[in-house]
Design a protein around this ligand. Structure first.
Ligand code: HPA
Length: 235
C-alpha cells in the first residue's frame, strides 16, 4: 500500500536501504552501482530505486534534508515497507580537531539540538545510537578497504544557519561532526525495533573555514558509497 510520501507497495524495497539526502545521488548510486535498478518512488521528486549489488537486493532512497524529512521517509520505510536497516550516507561539517576535509565518520551516537525525542514522552534524555551490527560491519568494511574512519558522536542540528553559533561547545565534547539527520533516523529505528547507521564524509570544516570543491565532494561521496555497499555485503 502506498503511503503519503512513497508510492510503492510492500515488496518494492529491499530489507536494506541506502539513504542519501539528495535524490539525485540516489539516482547516481542506482545507475552506477546497482544491477537492474528499478524506479520505485518519484513522489515529490524524492527518487527511490531497488536493484541488486553483486546479487544482493538493495534499495536507495533520497531522504531530503533535516530531521522532519528523514523522519518521514525512514518511518514509512520501517513501518510500511518491511525495511530492516537504513544506512544514511551524507555529508557533515567536521568539528573535532582530528577530523579533516574528506574524512569519513561513522556516527556511533547522535547528539541533537532538536526536540524530536519529545514525542516519546520519556522521563529523561534519550541517547540516539547506531545499530552495533551495522556499525561493526561498516568498521570492518572500511578496514578491509584500507579506508581510515572516525567513529564517535555526530551532532544532528535543526539549523544549518545558526544564530547561536554553538559549535565551540560541541567541540569541547569532542563531537566529530555536524549534520542534520542522524538523530531522527536513530530514534525512528529504535522505536521500530530496527537498525540504522549514519556514514558521513566531511564536506567542510566550518570552525577552520575550510570547504571542499564540488568535484572533491563527488570523489568523497564515491568512496563512501562503496563503503556503504561493502557494508551491505557483510550483513
Ligand atoms: N552544518 C550542518 N550540516 C552540514 C554541514 C554543516 O556545517 N556540513 C555538511 N552538512
Amino acid at each position: 500500500m502506498a503511503t503519503p510520501h512513497l508510492q510503492g507497495s510492500m515488496g518494492d524495497y529491499a530489507p536494506v536501504v541506502l539513504m542519501p539526502g539528495d535524490p539525485l545521488r540516489a539516482k547516481f548510486i542506482a545507475e552506477t552501482y546497482l544491477e537492474s535498478p528499478r524506479l520505485v518512488n518519484e513522489v515529490r521528486g524524492m527518487l527511490g530505486y531497488t536493484g541488486t549489488y553483486q546479487g544482493i537486493p538493495v534499495s536507495v532512497q533520497g531522504s531530503g534534508m533535516g530531521m522532519p524529512s528523514i523522519g518521514i521517509y525512514s518511518y514509512e520505510l520501517y513501518h510500511f515497507f518491511g525495511v530492516q536497516s537504513i544506512l544514511r550516507i551524507g555529508t557533515a561539517g567536521g568539528i573535532d580537531e582530528r577530523v579533516k576535509l574528506r574524512d569519513v565518520i561513522l556516527g556511533m551516537g547522535a547528539c541533537t539540538n532538536s526536540d524530536f525525542a519529545r514525542q516519546y514522552r520519556l522521563p529523561g534524555t534519550y541517547a540516539p545510537t547506531a545499530s552495533f551490527r551495522l556499525l561493526k560491519a561498516a568498521a570492518e568494511a572500511a578496514s578491509a578497504q584500507g579506508l581510515p574512519v572516525h567513529v564517535g558522536n555526530l551532532l544532528s542540528s535543526d539549523t544549518f544557519y545558526d544564530d547561536a553559533d554553538s559549535l565551540a561547545e560541541w567541540k569541547r565534547m569532542h563531537v566529530l561532526g555536524i549534520e542534520m539527520e542522524a538523530a531522527a533516523l536513530y530514534m525512528n529505528a529504535a522505536r521500530a525495533g530496527k537498525e540504522a547507521l549514519c556514514i558521513c564524509t566531511v564536506s567542510d570544516c566550518p570552525l577552520r573555514q575550510e570547504y571542499t570543491s564540488s568535484d572533491e565532494r563527488q570523489t568523497g561521496f564515491t568512496a563512501m558509497m562503496e563503503l556503504a555497499l561493502e557494508t551491505v555485503k557483510r550483513l
